[in-house]
Structure formats: structure tokens, C-alpha cells
Design a protein around this ligand. Structure first.
Ligand code: SAM
Length: 200
């Protein structure tokens, strides 16, 4: 008899079908602006959207960072990345990176003002490695918004082994001296807003 799904060690990161990442329901009930409001993004800032998918958040991110801002849009799925690029017409302010959030990609430590992990931790095998990269990428005082589906949401019953339980989140958070700021919990999504302390 095979072991239950949530006892199996996850072997690979989860890829998501493009259609599930951008649809009318999401645009209506979870618009990009609502997520990004939490991050207090200012003009001229640098923002890394790790696991950008089809770039659902990119147009609104570009509007907020303005003409002098910069965005890193990273994803290991070439097809998603191509759609993200097309969505913003290859805007020169966006650097598209094919790769994993759990690895370094040569960006200078402390180079990002904000980092997004929108619905991404739940897809990753190496969650610890990813949070360590986020810490390195962020400047002191920088913010990261991490969101993932709440356990128990009906559409999360599959691939349980990658899910983010409260205990797992607690472990991830405690790897570094993050400051946790208030973030509203959605009906089906959990959000965490963390600040890298100004003095570390
Ligand atoms: C549910 S989607 C979220 C996409 C986007 N952040 C959004 O909010 O629409 C998860 C994304 O994580 C990507 N992903 C999977 N493994 C990853 C990894 N190791 N590093 C970065 N992204 C990864 C998937 O390809 C997918 O595009």
C-alpha cells in the first residue's frame, strides 16, 4: 500500500497552468492592486517578483515603480515567462530570469526594496533556500509579501506535501530575524508581510 500523499517527500517544484493564474475571477476578486497595496511600493524602487508566473502582477508593479523603477520577474517555466514578457510588451524596466527562486542569480545582495512571493511558496520544494535568497536580496528595511493558499481550501487538497502549514511557516520565518507586520488573511489565502530589520 502506498503512503498518504502528504507523507511522500516532494521531488520537484510544482508548475501551474497559465489559465489558472490569470482569469476573470482572480481579476475581479483578488486584483493585483489589492495585494500590492500591502507592500507600499514607491516610485523608483526595485522589486523582485519571484515565481512571476504569467506576470499577473507586472502591469500594476510597473505603474507603481514608475519610469525609474526596476523589476526582476523570475520563473522556471519558460512558457509562463514568455506570457509574462508579452503582457508587458518586453518593457525594458523588467529583467526576465528563467530559474528557481531558491538559487542566486548574480543580483547584488541588498539590491531589492521589495520582494513578492505571491502564491509561490506552496509550489516549492526548497522553501528554506528561497527564504534565505529573499533575505539576501532585500536591503535592510525592505519588505517581502508571501502568500499561499490556506490549508483546508478545497482546491488545495492535492499535492499536500508542498503545502505551507502554520508550523512550516513558523520554521521558515524563524531562520532569520524577520519582523512580521500585520497583513489581512483572505478567505482562501494566507498572507505574511515581513520586514528585514534596518539594522541586522
Ligand atoms: C501559483 S503560481 C503564482 C504565479 C504568480 N506569482 C501569481 O501570483 O500569479 C506559482 C508559480 O511559481 C513558479 N515556480 C515553481 N517553482 C519555482 C521555483 N523553484 N522558483 C520560482 N518560481 C517557481 C511556477 O512556475 C508558477 O509560475
Amino acid at each position: 500500500m502506498s503512503p498518504p500523499n502528504d507523507l511522500l517527500p516532494p521531488l520537484v517544484d510544482k508548475r501551474c497552468r497559465a489559465g489558472t493564474l490569470d482569469n476573470g475571477v482572480r481579476r475581479r476578486f483578488a486584483p493585483a492592486a489589492r495585494e500590492l497595496d500591502l507592500l507600499d511600493i514607491r516610485e523608483g524602487q526595485s522589486v523582485a517578483d519571484l515565481g512571476t508566473g504569467v506576470g499577473f502582477l507586472l502591469p500594476e508593479l510597473l505603474r507603481r515603480v514608475g519610469p525609474s523603477g526596476h523589476i526582476i520577474a523570475l520563473d522556471p517555466d519558460e512558457r509562463n515567462l514568455a506570457r509574462a514578457r508579452a503582457r508587458v510588451n518586453g518593457d525594458a524596466r523588467v529583467k526576465f530570469v528563467l530559474g528557481s527562486a531558491s538559487e542566486g542569480h548574480g543580483f547584488p545582495p541588498g539590491s531589492q526594496d521589495r520582494v513578492l512571493l505571491s502564491l509561490v511558496l506552496c509550489c516549492l520544494v526548497d522553501k528554506q533556500g528561497t527564504m534565505a535568497q529573499v533575505w539576501d536580496l532585500l536591503r535592510p528595511g525592505g519588505l517581502v509579501l508571501a502568500s499561499y493558499p490556506r490549508i483546508g481550501a478545497p482546491w488545495r487538497r492535492k499535492s499536500r506535501s508542498l503545502r505551507v502549514s502554520p508550523e512550516r511557516w513558523g520554521e521558515l520565518r524563524s531562520q532569520r530575524p524577520w519582523e512580521e507586520l500585520p497583513a489581512p488573511r483572505g478567505r482562501i489565502v494566507t498572507r505574511h508581510l515581513l520586514r528585514k530589520p534596518s539594522k541586522t
